[in-house]
Design a protein around this ligand. Structure first.
Ligand code: NAD
Ligand code: UGA
Length: 436
C-alpha cells in the first residue's frame, strides 16, 4: 500500500514520519520547495520532540518527499493536512484547502486507482459535503464513493507530543459513508492502532467532534483562569490546590486545569473563533463560547494591570519576557499569548527583552530589531524593572534570588507559579495565588 500526505506541517510531517518509520511506502508532498528539501535531508523545519529522529528513521526506509502533487496518482491512501487558518473576521479561511483540492482533483483525474482521500485538516461542519467533495468531483471528473473514497479524519495531536500522539491517538474518528472505502480504512486503522477506539460517523459529525474537542479544552482553561483571578483576590488562596483537587473528581478530570496567561497556539484560538462564527450562521447564539473567548482575551490584561500597578507608567521601563513559544517544548509562536503581550507592551513604548530556549528565531521574524533577544536567562534579566514568566519552560524553574539580584526593580510576574515555593527577595505576583 502506498500512502501520500499533502501538507508537511506539524500534522502532516508527524504522520508522514511515523508511517514511514513503521515501514509504509510514503510520499510526503508540500508546496514549499525549501521545506521539502530540508525534510528530504532529515531536517525538520520546526522543533518538535522526537520528530527528527522519526523522520530520519523513515528516510532510511521508503519515504520520499517532493514538491509535486502529481505523485498522489500512485497512492492508495491520500491524507490531506494543509492549514485551515482564520480570516480577518475570525471565520475559517478555506482558500488553502480549496487550492489543494483543485490540484488533488486534477492529479487523480487520469489515474486508474481507487484512491481513498482522508481529510485531516480541521474544517467546520458541512465543508466536506459542500466544498471539498464538489471541488474534487469537478476537477477529477470522478464520483466520490464510486471512483474514490472521501473520509473525514480529524486530528487530535498536541504540539510538543505530536509523535507520541500520532503513534498512540486516544481515538480515531472516521466520517463518511459506510462504503467499501470506509471498510478498508477501518481495517487500516485497526491494524495501525489496535488498542484505539475507532468511531465511524458521518462527515458533519466528524467535523463537529473536532470543534467540540478543542472548544471544550478551551472552556476548561478559561474556567480555571477565571477562578485563578478570583483566588488571586483571596489572601493565601492557591489555584493549583483547587485544580488538583477538583481534577480528582472523575467527572471533571485533572488535565487542562493549569491556570496561566490564557490559551494560545495555532489551533485553540482559531478553532474557537471559527466555531463561534459557525454557530452564528446556524442561528445559535454562542453565549458560552463567547464567554470562554472573552475570559481568554482579558487574562492578558490582568498581567499588564499588575505591571502598571507596580511600575506606574510603563513607557521606557525595561520588561523581560521569559518564554515566547505558545507552550513549552515547541518553537511555535503562532497565536502565542507572549507575542500578544509583547505587541501590547511595545505600544506602550516599553523596552522589551526576551528569552526563549527554542523560539528566538521565530520571534525575531516578528519583531526584528524592535526588541532585544538574549541567549542566557541571566542576560535577559540584567537591569530589568520587571520579569514576566510567560511559558512554562522547565529552565525557568531554576531561577533564584541570585539571578534576580541584578534587576533594576525586583518585580516578578509569574504566570505559571513556577517560583511560588521559593523565598524570593522580590515583589512576587503569581497568577492564581492570593498574596497574604
Ligand atoms: P501547518 O501550517 O504547520 O502546515 C501546513 C503545510 O501545508 C505547510 O507546510 C504548507 O506549505 C502546506 N501546504 C499548503 N498548501 C498546500 C498544497 N496545496 N499542497 C501541498 N502542501 C500545501 O499546519 P498544521 O499545524 O500542521 O495544521 C494542519 C491542519 O491540521 C489544520 O487544519 C489544523 O487546524 C489541523 N490540526 C493542527 C494541529 C496542530 O497541533 N498543529 C493539531 C490537530 C489538527
Ligand atoms: C490543541 C489541542 O490540545 C489538540 O488536541 C488539538 O489537536 C490541537 O490543539 C489542534 O487542533 O491543533 P496545541 O495547540 O498543541 O493542541 O496546544 P495545547 O496543549 O492544547 O495548548 C494550547 C494552549 O493552552 C497553550 O497556550 C497552553 O499553554 C494553554 N494551556 C493548556 C493552559 O493554559 N492550561 C492548560 O491546562 C493547558
Amino acid at each position: 500500500m502506498k500512502i501520500g500526505v499533502i501538507g508537511l506541517g506539524f500534522v502532516g510531517l508527524s504522520l508522514t514520519s511515523v508511517l514511514a518509520s513503521k515501514g509504509f511506502d510514503v510520499v510526503g508532498i508540500d508546496v514549499n520547495e525549501e521545506r521539502c528539501r530540508k525534510i528530504s535531508d532529515g531536517v525538520s523545519p520546526f522543533f518538535e520532540p522526537d520528530l527528527e529522529k522519526t523522520l530520519k528513521n523513515g528516510l532510511k526506509k521508503k519515504l520520499k518527499v517532493k514538491n509535486d502533487i502529481s505523485l498522489v496518482q500512485d497512492c492508495d491512501l491520500i491524507f490531506v493536512t494543509v492549514g485551515t487558518p482564520q480570516n480577518r473576521t475570525g471565520a475559517i479561511d478555506l482558500s488553502i484547502i480549496k487550492k489543494a483540492m483543485i490540484s488533488l482533483g486534477k492529479s487523480i483525474q487520469k489515474s486508474k486507482k481507487q484512491h481513498i482521500i482522508l481529510i485531516k485538516s480541521t474544517v467546520v461542519p458541512g465543508t466536506m459535503k459542500d466544498v471539498i467533495l464538489p471541488i474534487l468531483e469537478n476537477n477529477s471528473k470522478k464520483k466520490a464513493e464510486k471512483d474514490f473514497g472521501l473520509i473525514s479524519n480529524p486530528e487530535f495531536l498536541q504540539e510538543s507530543t505530536a509523535i507520541k500522539d500520532t503513534k498512540f491517538p486516544h481515538a480515531v474518528v472516521l466520517g463518511g459513508y459506510r462504503t467499501k472505502f470506509m471498510k478498508k480504512i477501518e481495517k487500516f486503522f485497526t491494524k495501525l492502532h489496535p488498542k484505539t477506539p475507532i468511531i465511524v460517523t458521518n462527515h458533519q459529525t466528524a467535523e463537529m467532534i473536532k470543534y467540540a474537542n478543542n472548544s471544550f479544552l478551551a472552556t476548561k482553561i478559561s474556567f480555571i483562569n477565571q477562578l485563578s483571578n478570583i483566588c488571586q483576590k483571596i489572601p493565601g488562596a492557591n489555584i493549583d490546590d483547587v485544580a488538583k483537587t477538583i481534577g480528582l473528581d472523575p467527572r471533571i478530570g485533572g488535565l487542562f486545569l493549569n491556570a496561566g496567561p490564557g490559551y494560545g497556539g495555532s489551533c485553540l484560538p482559531k478553532d474557537m473563533k471559527a466555531l463561534i462564527k459557525f454557530a452564528k450562521i446556524t442561528g445559535v447564539k454562542p453565549t458560552l463560547l463567547n464567554a470562554v473567548e472573552d475570559v481568554n482575551v482579558k487574562q492578558l490584561e490582568e498581567i499588564i494591570l499588575i505591571a502598571k500597578k507596580k511600575l506606574g507608567v510603563l513607557e521606557s521601563k525595561k520588561i523581560t519576557i521569559l518564554g515566547t513559544s505558545f507552550k513549552p517544548n515547541t518553537d511555535d509562536i503562532r497565536d502565542s499569548i507572549a507575542i500578544e503581550l509583547i505587541k501590547k507592551l511595545l505600544k506602550r513604548k516599553v523596552k522589551v527583552t526576551v528569552h526563549d530556549p527554542k523560539a528566538i528565531e521565530n520571534t525575531k521574524n516578528v519583531f526584528k530589531n524592535k526588541i532585544n533577544y538574549t541567549k542566557s536567562i541571566q542576560d535577559a534579566i540584567l537591569g530589568s524593572h520587571c520579569v514576566i514568566i510567560m511559558t512554562q519552560w522547565k529552565q525557568y524553574q531554576k531561577l533564584s534570588n541570585n539571578e534576580f539580584k541584578k534587576m533594576k526593580k525586583k518585580l516578578i510576574i509569574d504566570c505559571r507559579r513556577m517560583l511560588a515555593e521559593k523565598q524570593l527577595d522580590a515583589d512576587y505576583y503569581a497568577i492564581g495565588l492570593g498574596k497574604e
